[in-house]
Design a binder for this molecule. Structure first.
Ligand code: TYM
Length: 335
């Protein structure tokens, strides 16, 4: 089993990233370190170039997000942590795979449609070909599994299509079709302001998300102000159908506590959100507080974080190099 996943370096990491992706990454790294197998996690700084960036923000964000991953439990002794730009194989393979991916496939991507909106003519070309670089990120390592939140499912399907078409077109067995591993506990954490929108770094309202850098008071205030309904919690999870905000808060509680949602409902049945929200805030603070403390410590030595990324990149490049060479040979490039 070889696991690869990445995170785009724009803005802050939030609770959706943590519960939907990073918690799984840590669990998988621990499992693979014990069982044999590799896990590779990276900061997708090249993907960040597809949106509006400020060079200083991009550079800072890469180090800060790397430090956040380390603080959240990614351990370079067990997994390979690096930034994408330092491993040229990603870009080189992405170009080769642009010959395989079809315009029609990319045109169907909902992220492209959402982010470009009505302004397709003015969108960057990179925003359109974004999923091809994502396919290269995965296929460069012949990854078998990709732990992601549900919102990345469509990009994963595209990576599978690219892998299969490349193998078929060139008569090789080079790329395994990667399987998405979508968190069962937190496939899609929703905004605190709107239970129908996902929690996202691009939401203009900071009240909509809990950032991993938020302090205890901010976490408690955001949860107290989170949108809910006036009804008490029912005694079964199924009875929360149609109460999107309530379901989201119960899901967050369950994922933070590593409990099944029904156990949480049992615990709070009959109580209103006036009682539930402070309990959720205490739990969130208890889980996120230690991560934030480690993060502050790590950011005291940014050079050490950068050095960790450089070490990870050298290891990643060594793993990707033979696959890239095979892809170049398969298409007839003389390298
Ligand atoms: P990104 O940076 O948007 O998100 C990183 C990870 O967090 C998950 N996630 C969520 N999970 C549950 N609920 C939410 N509200 C939520 N918001 C985000 C995402 O699903 C993701 O797993 N294109 C990718 C980055 C990427 C990548 C890759 C991922 C680049 N190359 C190769 C996997 C493999 C992205 O923008 O994720």
């Amino acid at each position: 089993m070889r696991v690869v996943s990445g995170i785009q370096t724009t803005g802050n990491l939030h609770l959706g990233n943590y519960l939907g992706a990073i918690k799984q990454w840590v669990a998988l790294q621990d499992r693979l370190a014990a069982e044999g197998g590799e896990s590779l996690y990276f900061l997708a700084d090249l993907h960040a170039l597809t949106g509006d960036i400020t060079p200083a923000d991009l550079a800072n964000s890469t180090i800060e997000m790397a430090a956040t991953l380390l603080a959240a439990g990614i351990d370079p002794a067990k997994s390979i942590l690096f930034n994408q730009a330092r491993v040229p194989a990603h870009s080189e393979l992405a170009w080769i795979l642009q010959g395989t991916a079809r315009m029609g496939w990319l045109n169907r991507m909902t992220q492209w449609k959402d982010k470009a909106g009505k302004n397709r003519e003015g969108a960057s070309v990179g925003l359109f070909t974004y999923p091809v670089l994502q396919a290269a990120d995965i296929l460069a390592y012949q990854a078998t599994h990709v732990p992601v939140g549900e919102d990345q499912k469509q990009h994963l399907e595209l990576a599978r299509d690219v892998a299969i078409k490349f193998n078929t077109d060139f008569g090789v067995e080079l790329f395994p079709a990667p399987e998405p591993l979508i968190s069962a506990a937190a496939p899609r954490i929703m905004s605190l302001r709107d239970g129908t929108a996902k929690m996202s770094k691009s939401d203009p309202s900071d009240q909509s998300r809990i950032n991993l850098v938020d302090d205890d008071d901010v976490i408690a205030t955001k949860l107290r102000k989170a949108r809910t309904d006036p009804e008490p919690l029912p005694d079964s999870w199924a009875a929360l159908e149609g109460r999107a905000e309530a379901r989201n808060l119960v899901t967050i509680y369950a994922a933070l506590a590593d409990l099944p949602v029904q156990d949480v409902v049992d615990q709070f049945a009959g109580q209103g959100f006036g009682a539930f929200k402070p309990a959720l805030a205490d739990l969130a603070v208890a889980v996120l507080g230690p991560i934030r403390a480690r993060l502050t410590e790590l950011l005291g030595d940014r050079a050490a974080v950068a050095a960790e990324l450089a070490r990870g990149a050298a290891r990643a490049q060594a793993l990707a190099a033979p696959t890239l060479r095979s892809a170049q040979a398969a298409v007839g490039l003389q390298i």
